[in-house]
Design a protein around this ligand. Structure first.
Ligand SMILES: Nc1ncnc2c1ncn2[C@@H]1O[C@H](COP(=O)(O)OP(=O)(O)O)[C@@H](O)[C@H]1O
Ligand SMILES: [Mg+2]
Length: 350
């Protein structure tokens, strides 16, 4: 068996030791993108990494590979695997483990009534998914060592409340005794064990997402769930200084017969500068509200993000990348050059 590589502490994304993390936030903020980038970053730091998708989510593994992902871990590269948890597979596995007879279990699970039950029973689906994640986090290799250092769960969007993460606790309280209680309680203890599990919150630099992220953070903490980091995704690097924007404004105001194309260009300068200023305000509000390791990730101008973009985002997670990005966001004098470099995606620090 090949020697187990050591994890390089200096290369850890956000300085975070690998563990099971739930990457969550509102829909469309970049959970899948951040999950894929975090998986690459941890893998590159030497962690044996598993990226987990949950049925119904856009696919984060597809951002890294064309391989079809199923219920069993599929290698995507050196020390990096992915799998996808579907309700049906989780239900089948659970029934098999409980009933110990594959044929009966499969029949039972393919029974439409059972299927409807699983879809309808509140929290049952979440409990199965969390139970599977717990099992994955407890897997060992043939020497009895943990099989995975890092498990990244591309989690469902948070709606109202805690959703997936809070559900085991809810069920444990709903069923005060019996086997379901025992199972739910154990799964809930796993989710709330800060040595094993944490949440990474993803947000966009806009008012509503930031407010909701702050609320979610408080709610998670109140329930005893460890929030380990926040990621602010999609920052624009300002290409114009305040003085340049003021100058553009003067030009617009001072002339009635500006060439229309020039007027539009100047208005675009003002709009972009204002947008970046708003983003900076929201970034400051998020950072002031959270006492956590945090990363900002630049907005990548591309019709579709490729694996190279994801790899570039993974490098921005490193301290050197964050320092550089912060300097650029602070409005370094080389505005246009810095912005172009970030936007080109080539900018991830080496
Ligand atoms: N930093 C970024 N720069 C540019 N596009 C991004 C960035 N992060 C995410 N996207 C794009 O935004 C969309 C939503 O991202 P995704 O990760 O699927 O969000 P979620 O999983 O939260 O729904 C995708 O098309 C993705 O490629
Ligand atoms: Mg997604």
């Amino acid at each position: 068996m090949p020697a187990r590589p050591r994890i390089d502490d200096a290369a850890l994304p956000l300085g975070l030791q690998p563990r099971t993390v739930f990457v969550t936030g509102k829909g469309g903020v970049g959970k899948s993108t951040v999950s894929a980038a975090l998986a690459l970053a941890w893998r590159d730091a030497g962690a044996r990494t598993l990226l987990v998708e949950i049925e119904g989510q856009a696919s984060s593994a597809a951002m890294l590979s064309n391989k079809k992902i199923g219920y069993n871990a599929t290698p995507l590269g050196e020390q990096l695997c992915a799998l996808r948890i579907t309700l049906n597979d989780a239900l089948k596995e659970y029934a098999r483990l409980r009933l110990k007879v594959k044929l009966v279990a499969d029949r039972l699970v393919s029974n439409p009534i059972m299927d409807q039950f699983a879809q309808a029973a509140p929290g049952f689906r979440e409990l199965l998914v969390l139970g599977k994640l717990w099992a994955l986090a407890s897997e060992t290799d043939d020497r009895g060592r943990p099989k995975w250092d890092a498990i990244i769960v591309d989690s469902p969007a948070t709606g109202h409340g805690l959703g997936l993460l809070g559900m085991a606790g809810v069920i444990a309280r709903m069923f005060p005794v019996g086997p379901i209680h025992t199972q739910a309680k154990a799964v809930d203890a796993f989710v709330r064990d800060p040595a094993r599990v944490g949440v990474v919150l993803v947000s966009l630099p806009e008012e509503l997402p930031v407010t909701e992220t702050l609320e979610l953070h408080d709610e998670l903490r109140a329930r005893g769930i460890d929030v380990v980091a926040s990621v602010l995704n999609g920052l624009l690097v300002d290409r114009f200084s305040d003085a340049e924007a003021a100058h553009a404004d003067e030009l617009i105001q001072s002339s009635d017969d500006l060439d229309p194309a020039l007027r539009h260009a100047l208005e675009t300068v003002l709009w972009e500068h204002m947008r970046c200023t708003d983003q900076a305000t929201e970034r400051a509000r998020l950072e002031a509200g959270l006492d956590l390791p945090s990363a900002v990730l630049p907005y990548m101008f591309a019709p579709q993000l490729t694996r190279e973009h994801i790899a570039s985002l993974a490098r921005w997670f490193m301290p050197a990348g964050q320092e550089r990005l912060h300097a650029q966001l602070a409005g370094a004098d080389d505005g246009p050059a810095a912005a172009a470099a970030v936007h080109a995606g080539e900018a991830g620090p080496a």
